[in-house]
Design a protein around this ligand. Structure first.
Ligand code: SF4
Length: 88
């Protein structure tokens, strides 16, 4: 029997656990995907992206930081920034 899981939760669960993630506000513009195709996947059926591989080098970290800063929908998140904001 196929479990009745909402599509939104399925999309969110595709983010690899770790520092960066993309939420349901992603508009599927593919900007982040074009910057980091090794770390981000475009899910064509959902027309959204997910972080499928967390950065494993300083270079990948810099690219994902750039993708995070350039997301027009603020759907790309960096947990390190959330922690800093929470300390204000
Ligand atoms: S840049 Fe933002 S809105 Fe565009 S695909 Fe990436 S997460 Fe989605």
């Amino acid at each position: 029997m196929i479990p009745n899981v909402p599509i939104r939760n399925t999309i969110l669960s595709r983010n690899e656990l770790g520092r960066f993630f993309i939420d349901q506000n992603c508009a599927g513009c593919k900007n982040c995907f074009s910057l980091a195709p090794s770390n981000i996947e475009f899910i064509s059926m959902a027309k959204r992206c997910s972080v499928v591989l967390q950065p494993m080098s300083d270079e990948e970290l810099a690219i994902l930081n750039k993708a995070y800063q350039q997301c027009p929908q603020h759907a790309f998140h960096d947990k390190a920034d959330v922690l800093v904001e929470g300390m204000d």
